[in-house]
Each structure stands twice: as structure tokens, then as C-alpha cells.
Design a protein around this ligand. Structure first.
Ligand SMILES: [Zn+2]
Ligand SMILES: [Zn+2]
Ligand SMILES: [Zn+2]
Length: 294
């Protein structure tokens, strides 16, 4: 795990192009995995002990002090996904038309076709399969009964899709990805993933570098304690778990982050109303509990 200063140096070198992305990644991940906690390192402990104040900056307690971070680094993989999505969107905006034979190649290479059974009479998509009765199918739309459903070929679907990509016939998610995820897609999503793959092949270096720099920046910010305060365990708990902070008026009770003060500190009328609605909520909850619909 790199120290705070080493991280800053790595970021600057990468930004200035003095080090390649691959090498930077190796240096960064070296012997640590993504998600490994930075606070196990000596560097972190030293910097933390310098930063931490003598008392809670919220309630002034001196008991069990921790550092409360208001933001956490986002994962590299999250940034990667987000930036790939943005690049894909830009690409699609300027390359709406796609080549038909390339699309077919991509489709056949990546997907299995699970055709939707159609009624031979009305071409509807609602024939229900019957286990015991013969004929096997009955169309829910036209009530026609039949043994053999008909299917659209991939070629037919693609022709329709290139005429109108929102046509009724091509909306079904009947293409299943051949990878382990077995995702079910319709032709529009297949097209999206093909374009996304193009973008990834074309701009992978730029995208990865952008994502990696954003992730590095997050880590540096986190390690800098820029967005953090010293808080006692109680205040940290209220903030993290209950989304509450100490009321600035009385500095005694906790309040929801969205409110200006705690209930006790509200003007008389509002305080009554708030307490009544809490009481009402409790009673309501009790009634539900008694009726067993809690
Ligand atoms: Zn506190
Ligand atoms: Zn029918
Ligand atoms: Zn208060």
C-alpha cells in the first residue's frame, strides 16, 4: 500500500504522462487488493494520530474518539463503468447508424436465440402451452388451438429491427448472452452492447486512465482528512447509521440531518405537532402489531 505522499506523486506522474497507466496500476495495486483498508498501514496511523483532535468536534466529549469521514473513495470499477457509459452515450449520439452484417456477426457470436412461440393464426405472442391437453397450444388472443407454434427467424427479426427498432415484433428479450451471465436481451440492447464494446476497444486506454485518476483522487482526498472531523463514537454512530447529528441549538439531542433543530428545540406549536405525529405513528404501529399486519 502506497503512502499518502507516494499516492500524490503517482497521480501527478500519471497526469503528466511520465508514467504509463499499466505501470501506475501495478505500483498502486502492487500487493494490495482493491478494497483493502488503508488504515492498517503505518503511514495512515501516524497521519491519523496527528489529525485527531482531543475532543469530539460535535459534542465535545472526550470519550472514544474516531475520525468521521463525510465522503469515501469510490471504487475504480465503479468509475470505469460510469465513464464507459458516458463514452458509449457520446459514441451512440454520433454513430446512430450501424452496419447490418457487422451487427449480425456480433449477434451470432455473442448470443443464443430463444425464439418466442407465435400463434400461426393471428401471429400473436400469447399462445399458452398446455401440459395435459391436446393440441398443445391455445392462443390467448384469438383462441385458436394448435400443435405447432411458428417462430420468427433471426433474419426476419433483424430486417424488422432495421426498419423500426421499436417494432412490436422485436421487443422480446429472446437473445441470451453466451457468457456465464446468460443475460436476456432484445435487439436494442444487443445493439447497445455492441456499440459499448466498440467504444471499449477504441478508447480503453483513455477510459481506464480517467477512471483510475478519479479513483486516485478520491483516495488522496480520503487520506488527507480534508472531508473529515473528529467525532466521538456516539456522534459517529448517529451520523453513519441513523443519519442524525447533534442539534446546533441545545447541543444535547440528536436531530435528522434534514431538520434545523431537534424536536425539543422547535417553537412550541411545531413541537406539539411533531410530538403528536410521533405519538400517532406509535399508536398506529401498535394497532398494526396487534392485528398482525406489522
Ligand atoms: Zn460527540
Ligand atoms: Zn392467435
Ligand atoms: Zn435541540
Amino acid at each position: 500500500m502506497l503512502t499518502y505522499n507516494e499516492l500524490i506523486e503517482l497521480r501527478n506522474k500519471l497526469t503528466r504522462g511520465e508514467i504509463g497507466l499499466e505501470l501506475a496500476k501495478v505500483q498502486y495495486w502492487n500487493d494490495s487488493k482493491e478494497g483493502q483498508r488503508s488504515w492498517n498501514t503505518k503511514d495512515w496511523k501516524e497521519r491519523r494520530s496527528k489529525f485527531i483532535k482531543e475532543k469530539c468536534e460535535i459534542c465535545s466529549s472526550r470519550e472514544i474518539l474516531t475520525i468521521q469521514h463525510f465522503s469515501h473513495p469510490r471504487k475504480y470499477s465503479d468509475y470505469l463503468r460510469e465513464i464507459t457509459r458516458e463514452y458509449t452515450k457520446d459514441y451512440i449520439d454520433t454513430n446512430a447508424e450501424i452496419n447490418k452484417s457487422e451487427f449480425i456477426n456480433y449477434l451470432l457470436r455473442k448470443y443464443d436465440y430463444l425464439p418466442v412461440p407465435l400463434c400461426p393464426n393471428c401471429k400473436g405472442k400469447n399462445p399458452s402451452e398446455r401440459v395435459r391437453k391436446i393440441p398443445k397450444y391455445r392462443c390467448a388472443d384469438c383462441k385458436h388451438e394448435f400443435d405447432k407454434a411458428i417462430y420468427k427467424s433471426v433474419d426476419e427479426l433483424i430486417s424488422i429491427f432495421f426498419e423500426n427498432d421499436e417494432a412490436y415484433e422485436v421487443r422480446d428479450k429472446c437473445f441470451v448472452s453466451k457468457d456465464k451471465w446468460r443475460n436476456e436481451h432484445n435487439l436494442s440492447s444487443v445493439k447497445y452492447w455492441q456499440q459499448r464494446e466498440r467504444v471499449k476497444n477504441k478508447d480503453s486506454e483513455t477510459i481506464e486512465k480517467e477512471a483510475f485518476l478519479l479513483h486516485l483522487n478520491d483516495c488522496i482526498k480520503y487520506l488527507s482528512f480534508e472531508d473529515s472531523i473528529t467525532a466521538c463514537k456516539k456522534c459517529a454512530y448517529h451520523f453513519d447509521i441513523k443519519k442524525m447529528e447533534l442539534c446546533p441549538k441545545c447541543k444535547q439531542h440528536y436531530k435528522g440531518l434534514q431538520y434545523l433543530t431537534c424536536i425539543e428545540c422547535l417553537p412550541e406549536e411545531q413541537r406539539k405537532a411533531a410530538l403528536e405525529s410521533i405519538q400517532f405513528g406509535k399508536e398506529w404501529h401498535d394497532i398494526h402489531k396487534r392485528l398482525g399486519i406489522d
